[in-house]
Design a binder for this molecule. Structure first.
Ligand code: SF4
Ligand code: SF4
Length: 144
């Protein structure tokens, strides 16, 4: 069936409107091995503190540092996230922040097929596994 051209005031469909494939294979590559930042909200900070059994003050002291002028989870000397335990396990998995839960469906990664595929080179879970429809991707974008 032919499709009509979009009306001039209509947003063109994003490149990922046909859906995308992703299933995490728990390789841990996105949680460590290179410098990065893990941002979180106040609510997420409280949830992580509770998950590791400390109060907010101790949580900040032990697990948070300022990176690029904003709080971020600390990294070990090998640049693994402070909560990454090998073999692969996140110590705060049930309370991990939205940044972690929504990867790789981030706005900047979804900005173009080229960017998505570039990230996929270091994430073996992208472009395989579970199918995400455009509606499911939109829901994750709202959460992220
Ligand atoms: S790099 Fe991809 S497959 Fe590996 S842990 Fe991260 S999300 Fe999962
Ligand atoms: S909080 Fe957990 S999921 Fe997020 S980067 Fe650290 S180890 Fe990975």
């Amino acid at each position: 069936m032919k499709t009509r051209a979009p009306y001039p005031d209509e947003e063109p469909l994003p490149w990922w409107s046909v859906g995308l494939y992703f299933s995490c294979v728990m390789c841990g590559c996105c949680c460590g091995g290179a410098p990065g930042t893990v941002r979180f909200t106040a609510q997420e900070e409280a949830a992580m503190a509770s998950a590791v059994g400390v109060d907010i003050d101790d949580f900040r002291l032990l697990y948070v540092h300022n990176k690029y002028w904003r709080p971020s989870l600390r990294e070990k000397s090998n640049y693994d996230c402070i909560f990454l335990e090998r073999p692969i396990r996140c110590r705060v998995y049930g309370a991990r922040p939205s940044q972690c839960r929504t990867f790789p469906f981030w706005r900047d990664i979804l900005s173009g097929r080229y960017t998505w595929d570039s990230y996929a080179k270091s994430c073996p879970g992208m472009n395989s596994g579970k199918y995400y429809s455009a509606d499911e991707i939109r829901e994750i974008l709202v959460e992220g």
